[in-house]
Design a protein around this ligand. Structure first.
Ligand SMILES: [Mg+2]
Length: 364
């Protein structure tokens, strides 16, 4: 099999809140670069990448330029292609940033081709530990909402059948520790004690602040506190992790596989969060999951549940899938949630097809 053509697009997807209908800022768009890799067998693989922000045009160019280097290559030899692209481009301009984001889109599309060529869904091809995976609602219980809005949004998520959900602390205006904890209790009170509740800090606290507020919040029963301080302060994170009984999660902001080694060796986190786009695609995601398993740590995903559910279902230490519905409207059909769990597709590859009408309407 040979790669014959690389097709990219830039799409602008509305930033709304389809899970709880609690929009933060109307009229905003999230840019995404989509990719189709075509082959001489007629099999086409799809991928995407994002986080380019105002550099999304540059990101698309990077995907096009890397893609041009692999036309004629065998798409099933993914490690060979990754190595070739790293040597050609990544070793000098990388390893993080635009190169890695572009590489990830290509890696995703190659795995989609492999799944389709072998007529297997990716979760099975990659290990197939489970055919259903827990998922949690994300993006609705944001720090900018009023108490009443947060409680309403939380109840809407319950009505939709979610058994797990995530909120945020590090509230606007840097309020007192007591105010931070009061707010997270508003959400806990709205959903009751049996629903799993996670809380994201998005790197906004100092380690000592995280220890102080984290201790005050221990009895809220949080499943994890996420990114409590800057992502590569491995020692600071380890200090927070050692001080709290609430599990600490982190990893979504780092690039490639090597930072995970440092994070895990330092015991910075109890739960390893892997972002498919920043880590370098499926090839690298699976390596981090294996590294975490060797350290007796579970892994969780970051955004794009329609791709990530395959990975969390594949590995034995996959914990739950973040249901952040940023890109779902790009696809004809996405995996359903039944009794709080995502049901894995049985169709080959990712089991995703672009909704051509949606693609057309989002084209920049
Ligand atoms: Mg996060």
């Amino acid at each position: 099999m040979k790669i014959t053509k690389i097709l990219t697009d830039i799409l602008r997807i509305p930033e709304d809140d389809p899970l709880a209908d609690m929009p933060e800022e109307a009229g905003r768009f999230r840019p995404v670069v989509t990719l189709r890799i075509q082959t001489d067998t007629g099999i086409e693989g799809i991928g995407l990448t994002f986080y380019g922000g105002p550099m999304t045009g540059t990101l698309r160019s990077a995907v096009d330029e890397l893609g041009a280097l692999i036309v004629g290559d065998d798409p099933l030899r993914i490690e060979a292609i990754v190595r070739k692209l790293r040597v050609a481009a990544g070793d000098n301009c990388g390893p993080g940033g635009i190169f890695m984001l572009a590489l990830s889109a290509i890696d995703l599309a190659l795995w989609d081709i492999k799944g389709k060529a072998l007529e297997q869904p990716l979760w099975k091809l990659l290990g197939g530990t489970r055919d259903r995976v827990p998922t949690y609602a994300s993006g609705s219980l944001r720090r900018g909402l009023t108490d009443a809005q947060a409680a309403t949004a939380a109840r809407r998520l319950l009505d939709k059948g979610f058994l797990e959900m995530k909120t945020q602390m590090a509230l606007p205006g840097n309020p007192s520790p007591a105010e931070e904890v009061r707010r997270v209790r508003v959400v806990r009170d709205a959903i009751g004690p049996d629903i799993k509740l996670m809380c994201d800090i998005n790197q906004r606290w100092r380690p000592e602040q995280a220890i102080d507020i984290g201790k005050r919040a221990e009895d809220v029963g949080l499943s994890w506190l996420e990114d409590v301080t800057v992502c590569d302060d491995y020692q600071g994170l380890a200090r927070v992790n050692a001080a709290l009984s609430t599990p600490i999660a982190g990893g979504e902001y780092v690039w490639g596989i090597v930072p995970f080694r440092h994070m895990i060796e330092a015991r910075s986190v109890d739960i390893v969060m892997i972002d498919l786009v920043r880590v370098g695609g499926i090839t690298q995601w699976m390596k981090v999951a294996g590294m975490a398993e060797a350290f007796n740590l579970p892994v969780v995903s970051h955004v794009i549940p329609e791709f990530h559910l395959h990975l969390i279902a594949a590995v034995p230490n996959g914990l739950t899938v973040e249901y952040m519905p940023w890109m779902l409207k790009l696809f004809q059909e996405t995996p359903p949630i039944v009794k709080g769990e995502l049901v894995l597709p049985t169709t080959p590859g990712f089991g995703l097809k672009f909704d051509e009408a949606a693609v057309k309407s989002f084209r920049a």
